[in-house]
Design a protein around this ligand. Structure first.
Ligand SMILES: [Zn+2]
Ligand SMILES: [Zn+2]
Length: 316
């Protein structure tokens, strides 16, 4: 499994002279796995980083479908969708999945954001090659990807029953061994809106990646959050602020600190931790200082902590 970070800025896309190392585009990741059908690209969020990701997919030339998993619908996680070329290329099937918040799911997000006077086109112009899937109960839902079967959404209970009894799972036209699948599990984060953290388990390789953006420091760690992160080979967490800023000014905004992400990762047995959702107000030196604070919070010398940059590919 490979994870490419196309957008790692939080809250607002930013371009300035003292912010050239760390992210300028807002959240967008691509997950690459041999468990995905040929021609399928899997993305998380469509911040402004969705645009450079799309351009790279078009250069690859063999993409027929893009599945985008939304964590939530704040503007910094949706805006890239409006101007990414695949949104207008009818031969590319665009599927949007995401939470339901105040009756708004991925379909309503597209309809709301893509219409005049906010945008020159109405969503009806593009909808013929879009499909949508709501995730009503993230913690009780599993997504299954198989290279031949495609994708399936199912209840966690049913997945666990099949896993225990048969180890086979119906996806698309056939039944396949769970050991051949990419399994995506979910949990709600601590954020003002209904927001999902995704856990990707690539069963053939045993590799796991957890993405926890737009999540605020919590007092204590719930068993559900611990289980969600446990055993991850790569953990990317929201570290928008340093601890003094958080305590003085930004507690309650729904974002975390680097030292919290380190403590959380280590508590869950993760040794490979990356920080994301960088504050638009931070220059590169400030992000390096947040990284240093995160490194100081390590209790194990073998733990490695990095700060995400845009357009970087991480081997899980
Ligand atoms: Zn955000
Ligand atoms: Zn947010």
């Amino acid at each position: 499994m490979k994870v490419t970070t196309y957008g790692t800025a939080g809250s607002l896309a930013i371009c300035r002279a003292n912010r050239t190392v760390h992210g300028g585009n807002t959240t967008c990741l691509r997950i690459q796995s041999d468990c995905l059908q040929p021609g399928l690209a899997l993305a998380v969020d469509a911040g402004t980083g969705y645009y450079p990701m799309s351009m790279e997919l078009l250069r690859e030339g063999n993409i027929s479908k893009i599945i985008t998993l939304f964590t939530h619908y704040h503007h910094d996680h949706t805006q890239g969708l409006l101007l990414a070329p695949p949104t207008y290329i009818k031969s590319i099937h665009m599927e949007l999945l995401g939470p339901v918040d105040q009756t708004v799911g991925p379909k309503e997000v597209l309809e709301t954001l893509m219409k005049p006077p906010f945008h020159p086109l109405d969503s009806v112009e593009v909808k013929s090659h879009f499909s949508f899937m709501k995730i009503d109960h993230p913690a009780g839902t599993v997504l299954v990807f198989h290279p031949e079967g495609g994708k399936k959404k199912m209840e966690l209970d049913e997945f666990q029953r099949l896993e225990k009894k048969w180890n086979l799972i119906p996806v698309g036209e056939g039944k396949y061994p769970i050991a051949e699948c990419l399994i995506v599990k979910m949990i709600k984060t601590a954020h003002p809106e209904h927001t999902i953290s995704y856990r990707f388990e690539e069963r053939p390789t045993g590799k796991t990646f957890v993405f926890l953006t737009d999540h605020e420091n919590t007092d204590g760690i719930s068993n559900a959050l611990r289980d969600h992160i446990s055993g991850a080979d790569l953990f990317i967490g929201d570290a928008q602020y340093d601890r003094p800023t958080y305590e003085a000014r930004t507690a309650g905004y729904g974002h975390g600190t680097g030292e919290y992400v380190t403590r959380l990762g280590e508590y869950c047995g993760v040794g490979h931790i990356w920080l994301t959702h960088h504050d638009p107000n931070a220059d590169d030196a400030k992000i390096d200082a947040i990284l240093a604070e995160a490194n100081d919070a390590r209790t194990r010398s073998e733990t490695v902590v990095f700060a995400c940059k845009d357009m970087e590919t991480i081997e899980v």
